[in-house]
Ligand binder design. Structure first.
Ligand code: HEC
Length: 178
């Protein structure tokens, strides 16, 4: 009985000592790590809104984009973006509303051209993401939009002109305000 009392007392003292030693933590923060610094955040903070908010400086046209595409995209997306082995980036117009036969591509389906720039810059080339310069991303976006007949062969894309591009299926979505 006695020795058990000793053990209980010792345990209580250890607990008290541990509680005193614990650092003071503000009640409303979980105390995980430390706030990220702006330079560390910048490479991740690259989202672009449909209105073009967040687009970087730079520019490119379809001819410049054709060279980027041939060097860095064609092996996976086929000549002129027709697809194989990976996704087709052109065509499918007029199929979206058809029952079960929709061919969804950048040209036939995507509602905003700014999303194309955002996606390419963050996710392509698939095997070397975030490797394109802003100029290359504008140029290859211009090339894909031109292949789809959405912009002209001489149109230059930059932070001002890209958000003004109207995608063919822009009005094909049903708004869902929550
Ligand atoms: C190594 C192969 C590979 C290379 C190189 C590559 N891609 Fe892709 N791409 C893919 C794959 C795989 C997907 C589908 C990814 C997914 O669904 O998550 C894809 C998807 C895309 C899409 C979206 C298609 C859609 O309708 O959903 C676009 C746009 C695109 N790639 C553009 C590019 C551009 C531009 C380049 C060159 C700068 C490029 N890709 C290089 C493999 C590649």
């Amino acid at each position: 009985m006695r020795s058990r009392d000793h053990v209980t007392t010792a345990a209580a003292m250890i607990c008290a000592a541990l509680m005193l030693a614990a650092p003071a933590v503000a009640a409303d923060t979980p105390a995980f790590g430390q706030p990220i610094s702006p330079p560390d955040l910048a490479p991740w903070d690259i989202s672009i809104g449909p209105d073009g908010a967040g687009l970087p400086p730079g520019r490119g046209n379809p001819a410049q984009g054709q060279a980027v595409f041939a060097a860095k995209c064609q092996a996976c997306h086929g000549e002129k973006g027709v697809g194989k082995p990976n996704d087709a980036l052109v065509g499918g117009f007029g199929t979206i509303a058809s029952d079960g036969a929709a061919v969804k591509t950048v040209g036939s389906y995507w509602p905003y051209a700014t999303t194309l720039f955002d996606y390419i810059r963050r996710a392509m080339p698939f095997n070397e993401t975030k490797s394109l310069t802003a100029d290359e991303a504008y140029a290859v976006s211009a090339y894909i939009l031109n292949l789809n007949g959405v912009i002209g062969a001489d149109d230059m894309l930059d932070a001002q002109s890209l958000p003004k591009v109207k995608m063919p299926n822009r009005d094909g979505f049903i708004p869902f305000p929550r």
